[in-house]
Write a new protein. Structure first.
Length: 424
């Protein structure tokens, strides 16, 4: 028992000694080291409070914004859709008569001119027939010549009273029969030439051939396909628009202000090609609610191929007398659209506006804004009516086409229009 008490006493003494040294020596040293490295907690808290107060005081000043000037101008009315390339002319070259294919004079994919010979059937039989019919014509022509001489002689004798009238009539009849025989022979020869021409397959127009489907030595019957040919310069861009645009499109087509920009869907870097609209359908497809259109576009470098998918931007005139601002200046609200106008005293007026259409990052405003006014294009989130602002660095000058400028390129408009501006 005495040993246990002694061990317990020693443990109590050790704890007391450790606590003393910790409080008097190690704890002050640790505290000093913390303050030398990181500063006191009280100081940091004071600094935080001071910074917060400074930030709060700074927020009470004018808000820095970027602005743009509203400009007068116009925007084209455009519609975006997709379509396909259709050749202006397309035909399947076929044999018009039966026979053996003797020769193919072009290769797959060849570019050919109108009336160029593409393929030739065996002509030996028809040429032999022509030679025979030519010989018959020569024989009958000689008979006709002799009959004409006899008829003239009989007529002379009849005039002199040395021949009977019957003999004269017989001579005239023989001459007419010989003439008919010659005419018949000539008709037969003409038919032979037609038959000969049917052994030749010619290009019906300038175009580009597809694959040659037959080889020399093949037997062909009338109607057998030999190759296809397409006229691919120019080509048609065929597409459709919804029936709600029918009135606008037909009016622009009549005014000759309807044009189209076409680009291939296959690559992002596809070149855009312009062309006039040459056809607007007068009927609406009841299944799709659309009407068909065609534009004629150049294709000298064979950029477009038959059946190729394309992007189509249709321009149907323009809306004039608009006020143009960058799209980011217009903010949607519960009651419509609004812009933040910077007044002369550098305060904000939140003004409702009516958008006619948008295009090329520009908004065309029909009502609510005047040319020359400045609108906020960056920093609107903190603004209300009467907010004080400070104009920051000038934004890049993004102007749309001015109504008085013919050199500046007009921006595109998207397909959105308000009910007040559905026609140019």
């Amino acid at each position: 028992m005495n040993l246990r008490r002694l061990i317990g006493l020693l443990l109590v003494i050790a704890v007391l000694v450790t606590g003393y040294f910790t409080q008097t020596k190690w704890l002050p040293q640790a505290t000093a080291l913390w303050q030398s490295k990181f500063g006191s907690a009280k100081t940091a808290t004071s600094a935080d409070a001071t910074g917060s107060g400074s930030k709060k005081r700074g927020g009470a000043g004018p808000i820095t914004v970027l602005v743009a000037k509203a400009e007068p101008g116009s925007l084209p009315i455009t519609r975006q859709t997709i379509g396909t390339i259709v050749p202006i002319a397309s035909s399947i070259l076929t044999a018009a008569s039966s026979g053996i294919l003797a020769e193919v004079l072009v290769k797959d994919g060849a570019t050919v001119k109108k009336d160029e010979l593409i393929a030739q059937l065996d002509t030996r039989v028809i040429r032999a027939t022509i030679n025979k019919d030519q010989a018959t014509l020569i024989k009958d022509q000689a008979t006709l010549d002799n009959a004409n001489i006899a008829a003239k002689r009989a007529k002379d004798l009849l005039n002199k009273g040395l021949n009977s009238k019957q003999a004269g009539d017989d001579a005239d009849t023989a001459a007419k029969v010989a003439t008919a025989a010659v005419n018949f022979d000539q008709a037969v020869l003409a038919a032979d030439q037609v038959t000969l021409s049917l052994t030749e397959i010619h290009a019906p127009f300038d175009g580009k051939l597809g694959t040659i489907l037959l080889s020399p030595g093949a037997f062909v019957a009338p109607g057998t396909s030999v190759a296809t040919i397409m006229q691919l310069d120019p080509v048609y861009a065929e597409f459709a628009l919804p029936d709600r645009d029918a009135e606008l499109i037909h009016k622009s087509f009549a005014d000759r202000t309807l044009t189209v920009d076409v680009s291939a869907q296959s690559t992002a870097q596809s070149q855009t090609v312009k062309g006039p609209i040459v056809f607007v359908d007068t009927s609406i497809d009841s299944n799709s609610g659309t009407f068909k259109m065609r534009a004629e576009i150049p294709n000298a470098d064979m950029t477009f191929l038959s059946g190729q998918a394309i992007n189509v931007d249709v321009t149907a005139g323009a809306i004039e007398n608009l006020i143009l601002v960058p799209n980011q200046a217009v903010t949607p609200t519960a009651s419509g659209n609004a812009v933040y106008v910077v007044k002369q005293d550098n305060t904000i007026e939140v003004r409702p506006v009516e958008i006619a259409l948008r295009g090329d990052q520009m908004a065309g405003i029909a009502k609510g804004l005047s040319a020359g006014e400045q609108v906020v294009i960056e920093g609107q989130i903190n603004l209300v009516n009467g907010s004080a602002v400070k104009i920051g660095s000038a934004a890049p000058d993004k102007k749309a086409t001015s109504a008085n400028s013919t050199k500046q390129k007009k921006p595109k408009a998207n397909a959105e229009e308000t009910a007040q501006s559905t026609a140019p």
